[in-house]
Design a protein around this ligand. Structure first.
Ligand code: UT7
Length: 332
């Protein structure tokens, strides 16, 4: 039995924030951001709107696209690095918004690789369990926890808010559609190079004022150059690995959907793999880095604008905090 994507949905907040808007708040420029990242604008959620709210909108659209009723969803997997609360998981806040009491809920905290890990998990649950319609959603509201100050500018300029979702179901019998292979990796020796230490509550008492006053602890921390250098090696490596596991080659790929962290990273990946740029989707220019949501948002866009069709070979690839990285191949 194979699992396949039955339908997809995207939701991004209406509010567009341009590079010039950011330049009014701290020392940066449209030229610097475009040159180093390719980003032109991103979306920000209004105050009071959280990750589960965006996830709900994407989920409703994915269910409609799949032609199912919301009540037919029988498992929820949610990837995020910007949870509604420290605990419980954000899937538990999404579930009542969808009126799905009783349906199992699972958060995965694999950051930018969240949706790739989630797709692998959904595929395994379909193959081994009774599930018919798994909601897999990546959702992020970064904008409420970014440091709008010169000290946080390297991190703040790259992130945006958004959600992307899919309904993952058993593929129709005899169909060529469905997940073909996955390859997942992690190397926690790099965990402290891209992290948010604010909720170190198992190690540091929350009342420790000195700890909280440190910029490195109070805001997301990223060693950008180090992350960049690892990403451009790991992403092509894992694409080759996942293709080799089913005897496919780079030329067989109809669409590569890379995580949208930095357009320059994706340009390196494309040139390292030797894949034609028209077989790659990039939309970071308009959304920034939406972490766990970036792959479903990009894949959904490619489906809707005709860049990919049913039956095409699609390769998803991501790299992010942890470090974690992975790839999935599927026939759409
Ligand atoms: O999805 C999560 C995974 N994250 C990533 O994949 C991020 C990967 N890394 C990157 O995308 C890049 O490292 C960044 C875009 C974050 C930063 O670009 P960079 O080319 O690595 O810049 P840098 O951090 O080495 O800084 C170069 C200069 C510094 O100034 P000096 O010391 O040369 O005078 C920074 O202070 O650029 C300065 N700078 C900025 N200037 C204007 C850093 N951020 C900004 C900014 N605007 N926003």
């Amino acid at each position: 039995m194979k699992s396949y994507i039955k339908g997809m949905g995207t939701y991004v907040p209406d509010r567009i924030v341009t590079n010039d808007d950011l330049a009014k708040r701290f020392d940066t420029s449209d030229e610097w951001i475009r040159q180093r990242t390719g980003i032109e604008e991103r979306r920000y959620a209004e105050e009071g709107i959280g990750t589960s709210d965006l996830a709900k909108e994407a989920a409703v659209r994915a269910a409609a696209d799949a032609g199912i009723e919301i009540e037919q969803i029988d498992f929820i997997i949610l990837g995020t690095l910007s949870p509604d609360h420290h605990f419980p998981g954000t899937a538990c806040y999404l579930q009542p918004k969808l009126e799905l009491a009783g349906v199992p809920c699972l958060d995965i905290r694999q950051q930018c690789t969240g949706w790739v890990y989630g797709m692998t998990l959904a595929d395994s649950l379909i193959k081994t369990g009774p599930y018919q319609n798994i909601l897999l959603v990546g959702s992020e509201v970064h904008s409420h926890a970014l440091h709008f100050d010169d000290a946080g500018r390297d991190v703040t300029v790259i992130f945006g808010d958004g959600a992307g979702a899919a309904i993952v179901s058993p593929a129709p019998e005899g169909s060529e559609r469905g997940v073909l292979a996955h390859a997942l990796h992690a190397d926690g020796r790099h965990a402290d190079r891209l992290c948010y230490r604010l909720f170190d509550i198992s190690r540091i008492p929350l009342a420790d004022a000195e700890y909280l006053e440190s910029v490195e602890n109070a805001w997301p921390y990223m060693e950008g150059r180090h992350v960049f250098k690892e990403a451009v090696v790991r992403m092509p490596e894992v694409v080759r690995e996942v293709l080799a596991s089913t005897g496919h080659t780079i030329d067989d790929i109809d669409l590569l959907v890379p995580h949208q962290a930095n357009l320059r990273i994706n340009e390196y990946v494309v040139s390292s793999l030797g894949i034609a740029p028209e077989k790659v989707i990039n939309n970071i220019q308009r959304f920034g880095n939406t972490t766990a949501a970036s792959i479903p948002i990009a894949l959904d866009e490619a489906r809707r604008n005709g860049q990919v069709s049913q039956g095409d070979l699609v390769c998803l690839v991501a790299f992010g905090a942890g470090f974690t990285w992975g790839a999935v191949t599927l026939r759409l």
